[in-house]
Each structure stands twice: as structure tokens, then as C-alpha cells.
Design a protein around this ligand. Structure first.
Ligand SMILES: NC(=O)c1ccc[n+]([C@@H]2O[C@H](COP(=O)([O-])OP(=O)(O)OC[C@H]3O[C@@H](n4cnc5c(N)ncnc54)[C@H](OP(=O)(O)O)[C@@H]3O)[C@@H](O)[C@H]2O)c1
Length: 280
């Protein structure tokens, strides 16, 4: 498995399994099968309400905990809960998290970030991250962080390559983890002629070309899937390399357009929404 080196020298696999919008049963199945077939990165979140199921999938896979890179996220309503990290550990059935994010720049997010820093110092968390902290939020955090985060998780795909944000990330060697890497399954993206053409050339699918593009951009990619065949295909992207010319062709697709547009009203709702955690 190819890995990237983080700004604290930790290593992270370049591809993992995403679990957004997967029910507990689906997440358990996807995580177990992904790990069994060679994945070693799992991404979940308090808000997905499938952390217990991901923990079960990890155990059922038979893969040793130390061979898994586990990423999860604190939800804003947990930022001022001083037990939030321990409760997250308990749900996941583990005694450390490889990467813990604050999920949204909502509510008292600085309190959330301080919790990450504390957990990092205590060794409960091996790396810390911010999710959806573009623009003014990242600017403010830069004046307040004690520990520079290792990751930012944001929407990124060939239509939206985060070119502005990446200039800041480069200064601090912060890695980008792409969400909606496949445009959440958008056919227009998956069927772009350039991907169909490259798929023919390399004997791959257009989806695999897109995922390979992410890794060659230096992004860590976590395609979500509840389909075992898709999960298998998504991992099979590391035996070919797009040329510089091909990367330049794909770069022409960048429209600077997101799929997901978050409003201030949504951020306010995020702060008050409480996930109904699984009880078992
Ligand atoms: N931090 C955040 O705020 C945030 C927001 C969104 C997502 N995320 C994270 O990022 C991950 C990825 O985002 P996402 O899951 O929303 O979107 P995505 O990975 O862009 O797309 C997922 C969709 O693509 C389909 N798909 C996956 N592999 C495929 C393949 N090989 N061929 C055809 N279709 C395929 C899936 O359907 P099947 O199930 O049928 O395969 C699913 O409908 C999430 O799972 C989550 O872990 C984070």
C-alpha cells in the first residue's frame, strides 16, 4: 500500500473506505470486507452514527488494530463535552484513534480543537485534523493552534481541486483528504470523456482513473461504498500511473464548483444537532 508521510512523521495509507450515509449494518460489512481485501484506512464520524459498527467490522476483519489507520470526527455538539474523546473511543471499541478531526467550524469549535490537542498530547490520538475549515475558519485557527493539524478533510474532485486552499496547506505540510472524491457518485463526473479514454488506455474503469488522480494530486482518498465489488475496484488503482500530460488534461475539468454548498444557517443547525448514538 502506498502511504503519505504526515507533518508529524506518521504514515497514512493513500486510500481508505468512507462510511458516510452507511447504516450500521452496511458500515460493518463494508469495513470488514475492505480490511480483509487489503484496505488499511477507515473513515467514520460521530455524526454518521455507525462508529460502533465500524469498530465491529474492524474486529471481524481479523486485521490487527495496529495495522489499521482509523479516522473519525467529533461533531460540534460534542466540542464542549469533556468526555467526547473517551466516549468516541468507547463506541469504536479501541484505546486510540489514528486521526481525529473536528467535523465542522460550528459552535465552540475552538473548544473542540483544544480537545484534539489535549488528546494528542495524552496519546489517545496519533494525528489531528480539521474538516470543512476552509477560508476564514482556517485563517482564524492559524492564529490559535498550538499543534498544527496533520490533515484537512474537504470536498475535492476533478471539478473542484481546492487550488486556493492547497497554497496554505503546503506552507504547513497539512495533507488533504478528499470527501465526495467521486462527486458522491455523480454520473456527469464519472462519465467525463477524458476518464473514459484513459480507462481504455490503462484497462481500468473511469472511477479508478479518478481515484488514481486523487492520489497523484497528493490527496488521501476515501471513496464511500456499500458495494463489495466497488470497494474491490476502488483499491485496484496503484498499479498504473497517469502521465504529466494526462494530469494536465484532467486539470482542465476544474470548474471551481462544489456539489455541496453550506450556508451559515446550516452551520448554526449543526451546532445544535445531537447525533442519536447507537447504544450497542
Ligand atoms: N468531512 C465531511 O464533512 C464529509 C462529507 C462527506 C463525506 N465525507 C467522507 O468522505 C467519504 C466519501 O464521500 P461520499 O461517500 O459521500 O461520496 P463519494 O465517495 O464521492 O461517492 C460515493 C458514491 O459513489 C458510489 N461508488 C463508490 N465506488 C464506486 C464505483 N467503483 N463505481 C461506481 N460507483 C461507486 C457509491 O455507491 P455504492 O455504495 O453503490 O458503491 C456512492 O453512491 C464519505 O464516505 C465519508 O467518509 C466526509
Amino acid at each position: 500500500m502506498e502511504k503519505v508521510i504526515l507533518n508529524n512523521k506518521l504514515e497514512c495509507p493513500v486510500i481508505g473506505i468512507g462510511t458516510f450515509m452507511l447504516s450500521p449494518a452496511e458500515a460493518q460489512n463494508s469495513v470488514r470486507e475492505a480490511l480483509k481485501m487489503g484496505y488499511s484506512l477507515v473513515d467514520t464520524a460521530n455524526a454518521y452514527v455507525n462508529e460502533r459498527a465500524c469498530g465491529r467490522g474492524m474486529k471481524e476483519s481479523g486485521i490487527r488494530r495496529e495495522d489499521i489507520f482509523l479516522s473519525t470526527k467529533l461533531w460540534p455538539s460534542e466540542y464542549e463535552n469533556e468526555n467526547a474523546v473517551d466516549e468516541t473511543l468507547e463506541r469504536l471499541g479501541t484505546n486510540y484513534i489514528d486521526l481525529l478531526y473536528i467535523h465542522q467550524p460550528a459552535g465552540n469549535w475552538l473548544a473542540g480543537y483544544r480537545q484534539l490537542e489535549k488528546a494528542y498530547k495524552e496519546g489517545k490520538v496519533k494525528a489531528i485534523g480539521i474538516s470543512n475549515f476552509e477560508g476564514k475558519y482556517l485563517e482564524e485557527l492559524q492564529t490559535k493552534w498550538e499543534i498544527v493539524p496533520q490533515f484537512i478533510q474537504v470536498e475535492a474532485h476533478p471539478y473542484f481541486t481546492q487550488s486556493q486552499l492547497r497554497k496554505i496547506l503546503d506552507q504547513y505540510e497539512i495533507r488533504l483528504m478528499s470527501w465526495y472524491p467521486l462527486g458522491h457518485g455523480d454520473k456527469a463526473l464519472l462519465e467525463e470523456p477524458v476518464f473514459i479514454e484513459l480507462a481504455k488506455k490503462y484497462g481500468k474503469t473511469p472511477t479508478q482513473i479518478i481515484l488514481r488522480w486523487h492520489t497523484q494530486m497528493g490527496f488521501v482518498v476515501i471513496p464511500g461504498s456499500k458495494n463489495v465489488e466497488h470497494i474491490k475496484d476502488n483499491l485496484d488503482i496503484l498499479d498504473f500511473k497517469l502521465t504529466e500530460e494526462e494530469m494536465a488534461e484532467i486539470a482542465k475539468l476544474d470548474k471551481g464548483e462544489r456539489y455541496y454548498h453550506r450556508t451559515d444557517a446550516q452551520l448554526a443547525n449543526f451546532a445544535s444537532w445531537k447525533p442519536q448514538f447507537e447504544t450497542r
